[in-house]
Design a protein around this ligand. Structure first.
Ligand code: SF4
Length: 323
C-alpha cells in the first residue's frame, strides 16, 4: 500500500465520524438515516443465492461500503489532480470531494493500474503476510509456500499437468516444505492461495455508481477494454449452479455500470478439480432486474422461504428472520 493510500485509510478509520457523515449524506439525499443506501455489487448479486442473505449482509456492511465510497473519491480526486492535498479531518465538506469524477476519469485510473499490473507480472514470485501471521509465497503461480512459525507447508496448483506438477514437487522438497492437500491448508488462507494460483490476472478498478436510491460499489475481478472478468470457487457441482447464478448477475451489474459488452466467468470446482469458463454478452436487462429485485426486498421485507440446505451452511442462520 502506498503512502497516499495509508493516509486516506487512516483518515477514514474514525468509525464514529464516518457514521455521522453517513447519516449526514443520507439526509442531504433526502433519505432517512434508516434507509439502506451504500451497497456492494457482490452482496446485491447474492440475491440469486438467497434474497434474505443479500439484504441482511447489505445492512451489516453499509458502513464499510460508505467508507470505501469516501476513500475512493478522496484518493482518485488527489490522483487526478482535482484536489491538492488529502484532508486532515473528516468534516462534512469531504463529502463534496469527488463530485466531479467521471467514468472517463475512472478509466484513466484503470489504465494506470494496467501498467502497474504489467510490472508486477514480470515478477514470478509474489508474497504477503496475512493478519493471522502466515507468510505466503507463490512461485510461478504453481507452488505456494506457507510459513507459520517453524512450520513450512507447500501446496501445488491442482490444475497443473503431471509433468509440471512433478517439477514443483521437487522444488518443494528442495525448500524443505511439507507438501499438503487443500484440506490441510489453514482454512483462513485456502481460498486466497487457490485464487492467487488459478484466477487469471487482469487489471481492475473500484468505483461506485448511483442506481435508484443506492450507491453501488463495484470492483470486478478483472476489467479490460472489452470484458468483465469474474472468478469463483465452489465445493461441488451441486453448489456450482447456484454460485453461477449469483456470479453471472454480478458480472452483468459490472458490465452495466462500467459499460462493457462481454463477460468471462470462471469457476473452479474443488471436488472435480475443474475450471469451468463461460464467455457471454453482458445482459443489461438481467443487471437491472437484479437491482430491482433487491430494491423490492429492501422495501417490502418479505423474506422468502429458505432453502434448507443453504440455511444449514449459512453463517446468518441464528439471526435470520426467514428461518
Ligand atoms: S439462514 Fe437461510 S434464509 Fe436465512 S439468510 Fe441464511 S440462507 Fe438465507
Amino acid at each position: 500500500m502506498d503512502i497516499l493510500e495509508q493516509k486516506v485509510k487512516a483518515l477514514v478509520s474514525d468509525k464514529d465520524a464516518i457514521y455521522r457523515l453517513l447519516t449526514f449524506e443520507k439526509n442531504r439525499r433526502g433519505l432517512s438515516s434508516k434507509e439502506l443506501v451504500f451497497v456492494g455489487t457482490a452482496i446485491v448479486a447474492m440475491y440469486h443465492w438467497c434474497p434474505t442473505k443479500s439484504y441482511m449482509l447489505s445492512r451489516l456492511n453499509e458502513l464499510k461500503y460508505f467508507t470505501i465510497y469516501l476513500q475512493d473519491r478522496i484518493l482518485y480526486s488527489y490522483s487526478l489532480g482535482y484536489i491538492n492535498e488529502i484532508p486532515s479531518k473528516l468534516k462534512e465538506k469531504v463529502l463534496d470531494i469527488g463530485n466531479n469524477i467521471t467514468l472517463k476519469d475512472v478509466e484513466k485510473i484503470l489504465k494506470e493500474k494496467s501498467v502497474e499490473l504489467e510490472e508486477q507480472l514480470k515478477d514470478n514470485i509474489t508474497s504477503w503476510t496475512g493478519e493471522e501471521g502466515y507468510k505466503v509465497t507463490i512461485i510461478e503461480r504453481s507452488l505456494a509456500i506457507i510459513h507459520y512459525g517453524n512450520i513450512k507447508l507447500a501446496y501445488i496448483n491442482p490444475t497443473l499437468k503431471y509433468g509440471i506438477r512433478k517439477k514443483f514437487e521437487l522444488k518443494a522438497k528442495e525448500l524443505n516444505a511439507l507438501i499438503v492437500d487443500f484440506d490441510s491448508l489453514p482454512p483462513k488462507i485456502r481460498g486466497i492461495v487457490l485464487e492467487a494460483m488459478i484466477k487469471e490476472k487482469y487489471p481492475t478498478v473500484r468505483w461506485n455508481f448511483e442506481w435508484n436510491k443506492y450507491v453501488v460499489v463495484a470492483e470486478p475481478d478483472g476489467l479490460t477494454e472489452d470484458i468483465v472478468y469474474e472468478f469463483k470457487t465452489t465445493k461441488n457441482m451441486r453448489t456450482y449452479g447456484e454460485i453461477f447464478k449469483a456470479a453471472e448477475a454480478q458480472a452483468d451489474i459490472y458490465g452495466y455500470f462500467f459499460r462493457r459488452k462481454r463477460k468471462k466467468i470462471q469457476t473452479y470446482i474443488l471436488s472435480e478439480n475443474k475450471l469451468l469458463t463461460i464467455n457471454k454478452n453482458i445482459n443489461k436487462g438481467h443487471a437491472e432486474e437484479t437491482l430491482a429485485s433487491f430494491l423490492k426486498i429492501d422495501k417490502c421485507r418479505e423474506f422468502l422461504k429458505p432453502e434448507k440446505w443453504k440455511c444449514k451452511i449459512c453463517e446468518l442462520r441464528n439471526k435470520c428472520p426467514a428461518v
